[in-house]
Ligand binder design. Structure first.
Ligand code: ZN
Ligand code: ZN
Ligand code: ZN
Length: 264
């Protein structure tokens, strides 16, 4: 089996695999201190959720969500960090009930779905797993586990990222030595979908007449094939939706999670 991806603890910066992190978070001293220091007098319940790609457990997120947050809030978060490309539809399925952002009004397709306006405390229980789908065409499937629940001081943020996998190391499938930066979605399931910049330039250079290639600009004067990065290529990114539809990565969250404190 391949090496499991690791991630950093938000509070102390220590690095663990997903399972190790879940155990660590329950005991992290820095987290304990930080929760003590929260100032609000109100109390609130929080769910700890573990999100993973259904097919590739290398991609995971551990988040703490207020019990009063809605499924819609969770949907917005998942879109922002992992999946949003062109505003596709999405849905949660919890206990065989489907929750849609815009539930259909007519019942033509069978059981009508619920809306995402439900608060988490009314639909989730510790120990339960449920699913999330984004885009019913080229679907990204996620599994979400309700790992834990605690009560504590209130805070403003509805969702806090406690940890996430560090970007998996993907090598260029052409040269096998540089870090991959681009993926050819048309070749995703073929042998060599990943490219580094160097190999792309070389490929482009060979495809064009050599004298037309401007080393500095990185494209041909005649511009036969345009830029050396083909238009349909997508950037490699830390997400289960990499290489799918028009997904180019998150605009809000960096691929590498940065903890509050670095381990010394
Ligand atoms: Zn920690
Ligand atoms: Zn799309
Ligand atoms: Zn390469």
């Amino acid at each position: 089996m391949a090496k499991q991806t690791k991630g950093f603890c938000k509070y102390c910066g220590k690095e663990y695999t997903r399972g190790g992190m879940l155990r660590h978070l329950a005991a992290c001293k820095e987290r304990g201190k930080s929760l003590e220091m929260e100032k609000r007098k109100t109390r609130c319940g929080y769910f700890e959720l573990v999100l993973t790609d259904k097919y590739n457990p290398d991609y995971w997120l551990i988040v703490e969500v207020k019990e009063t947050a809605s499924l819609e809030d969770l949907d917005s978060f998942i879109r922002a960090i992992w999946v949003e490309c062109c505003g596709h539809l999405s849905a949660f399925e919890i206990d065989r009930v489907q929750y849609d952002k815009y539930p259909a009004e007519d019942y033509f397709w069978g059981e009508p779905s619920e809306s995402m306006k439900h608060q988490l405390k009314n639909v989730l229980e510790v120990g339960q797993s449920f699913t999330y789908e984004y885009d019913f065409g080229s679907t990204t499937d996620l599994k979400i586990k309700v790992h834990d629940y605690r009560q504590g001081k209130g805070r403003r943020e509805k969702i806090i990222l406690l940890s996430r996998n560090n970007p998996p190391e993907i090598l260029c499938s052409q040269c096998g030595k540089n870090k991959a930066e681009w993926i050819d979605p048309e070749n995703y399931y073929e042998e060599a979908p990943f490219w580094c910049e160097e190999c792309l330039r070389k490929e482009h250079e060979e495809a064009c007449a050599e004298e037309e290639f401007d080393e500095e600009e990185g494209f041909c004067e005649e511009d036969v094939y345009g830029d050396y990065i083909p238009d349909h290529f997508l950037p490699v990114c830390n997400s289960p939706r990499m290489g799918v539809c028009a997904y180019e990565g998150s605009e809000v969250y960096p691929d590498q999670f940065v903890p509050d404190k670095k381990e010394k």
